[in-house]
Design a protein around this ligand. Structure first.
Ligand code: SAH
Length: 218
C-alpha cells in the first residue's frame, strides 16, 4: 500500500466515523476505535475501496464482516471499559476483535471455521493486536477464562445460549442477536447477581447464523 492510499483510507475512516455518529453512535471511545482500525486490511484487497462504506461485505467460507454500524452498536451496548475482559463469539475477519483491543479490553475470541481462525489470527498479529483466540464452538463459551465483563455474539442465535449467561461476571453484559434466520432482535442481558438477569431488547438486524450446540444445527 502506498502512502497516498493510506491517506485516502484515513480520510474515508474519518467520514465513516461521522456517519456512525449521525446514525446515533454516542460512545466516543467506540468512535475513536473506528477512526483507527484499518477495516480494509480485514477484507479481500479487491474490495478495499468499499471498506469504509457502512455495509457488510463477504469474507471467506460464505461469512461476512458485519456492517460497521452493527459492530459499533454491539460494542456500545457492551459498555466496554479499559481492562474489561471481553469474549467474542464469531471472530470472522477479526475486525470486531481489533475494535475491542483498540478500546484496551482484554479480548478472547472464538471462531468455528479453522480457516477464518487462522486468517484472522495472522492479520491481527500483523497489525500488532494481542488477544487470545481459538477455533471451536463458541456457544459453549470459554470456561477457562470466565467470568467475562462482556460477551458479544456476532452471529444470529435461535435462543440466548445459557452457557454464555453463566460465564458473565456480576454486572457484566451479554449482547446477542436472537431470532429466526431472516432477522434477529439485539438482546442485552445484564447479570445482576448470581442468579438474577435483566434482559433488554433493541432494534432488529440480520446476521449469519450461529451454528453450534446452543445455536442452529449444522
Ligand atoms: N465479528 C466478525 C463477524 C463475522 S460473521 C467480524 O468482525 O468480521 C460471524 C462469524 O461467526 C462467522 O465467521 C461464523 O463462522 C462464526 N460462527 C458461527 N457460529 C459460531 C460458533 N458456534 N462459534 C464460533 N463462531 C461461530
Amino acid at each position: 500500500m502506498t502512502d497516498q492510499n493510506e491517506r485516502i483510507f484515513k480520510k474515508r475512516r474519518a467520514m465513516l466515523v461521522e456517519e456512525l455518529a449521525s446514525k446515533g453512535i454516542r460512545d466516543s471511545r467506540v468512535l475513536q476505535a473506528f477512526d483507527v482500525v484499518p477495516r480494509h486490511r480485514f477484507i479481500d484487497s479487491a474490495l478495499s475501496l468499499r471498506a469504509y462504506e457502512d455495509s457488510a461485505l463477504p469474507i471467506e467460507m460464505g461469512q461476512t464482516i458485519s456492517q460497521p454500524f452493527t459492530v459499533a452498536r454491539q460494542t456500545e451496548l457492551l459498555e466496554v471499559k479499559e481492562g474489561h475482559k471481553i469474549l467474542e463469539i464469531g471472530t470472522g475477519s477479526g475486525y470486531q476483535a481489533a475494535i475491542l483491543c483498540e478500546m484496551k479490553a482484554t479480548v478472547y475470541s472464538i471462531e468455528r471455521h479453522p480457516k477464518l481462525y487462522e486468517r484472522s489470527k495472522s492479520i491481527l498479529q500483523q497489525l500488532g493486536y494481542r488477544l487470545m483466540q481459538k477455533s471451536g464452538d463458541g456457544t459453549l463459551g470459554w470456561r477457562a477464562y470466565a467470568p467475562y465483563d462482556g460477551i458479544v455474539v456476532t452471529a444470529g442465535a435461535p435462543v440466548v445460549p445459557d452457557n454464555l449467561k453463566q460465564q458473565l461476571a456480576i454486572g457484566g453484559h451479554l449482547v446477542v442477536p436472537v431470532g429466526d434466520e431472516e432477522k434477529q432482535l439485539m438482546v442485552r442481558i445484564c447479570r445482576i447477581s448470581e442468579d438474577e438477569f435483566k434482559e433488554e431488547t433493541f432494534s432488529s438486524f440480520k446476521f449469519v447464523p450461529l451454528i453450534g450446540k446452543q445455536g442452529w444445527q449444522q
